[in-house]
Design a binder for this molecule. Sequence first.
Ligand code: F6P
Length: 324
Amino acid sequence: MKRIGVFTSGGDAPGMNACIRAVVRGAVYHGIEVYGIRRGYSGMIAGDVYKMESHSVSNIVQRGGTILKSARSKEFMTPEGRKKAYDQLNEHGIEGLVAIGGNGTFTGAMIFGNEYGIPTVGAPGTIDNDLYGTDYTIGFDTAVNTALDAIDRIRDTASSHDRIFFIEVMGRDSGYIAVQSGIAGGAELVMVPEVLTPLSEVVETLKQGWSRSKSSSIIVVAEGDEAGSAVEVAEKIKSQVDENADIRVTTLGHTQRGGSPSAYDRILASRLGLGALEGLIGGQKNVMAGIINNDLVYTPFEDTIRLPKPISDDLLRMVKILSV
Ligand code: F6P
């Protein structure tokens, strides 16, 4: 393999730049040419590519976002779009790909690989931590710390005003950010899509808190929870608790996607970027590089997409025990 392409796709995540850097510097080390593909599959279809050198990735290890930009391409979901992408790769002599992204990115890579045989190795980049085949995804740790910082701040004001706060965090269909930020932030309750939380349990938790003289409470709601958004949950709860209860809602939203990556994410991204590149060079294809129990492993895209990544029951149990 003489020339490869690297791209970021789907929602951006802190640490993607560190991952790009590892791919580019690793390619230079192994004497392979590397092309950056801008805007994910959209840029691949448009042939928006450029040759990257070691200096192309200088001074980015600490930056959030992605210097290659990211997109969710509808066109790549069509056979015509993928044909255009293949023609562009051919024209530029790109023989293999490192794809940095999440579920959607790997679904596209798997279909593309089956159709055109271009080998792709993925590096998991998403704040959601929802990919089977790795303990953690790039960006998750930073997102949790960003959410935690917000929860700590909200706790200050919640406590001053004796208020109940519902804080909504991201995660799409996964509750990882909610559980980890909730535990670290001492939340009274965490609502996640993986486990049904009846509204009666929310009411009960609040009432029990009051009976133990708790004057303020924080409930972290994962955006994918079956009860709805934090605004909706707060609305439903209002009529069921003390009429004097003072309730506020904060939705953290895209603040969780930005910011300088944590040390953990920079190291994880570096390991996974180099791991994906060296896997590709070594003949791996249609797999995602991941770290499980501190070992580098490769998992077929099909499994990373299809298999669930359940949240440990221990963590969920702990939230309940520690909030008493
Ligand atoms: O997958 C990352 C993520 O931030 C999810 O947590 C969230 O549901 C989604 O992307 C938001 O997507 P967008 O940036 O397109 O609004």
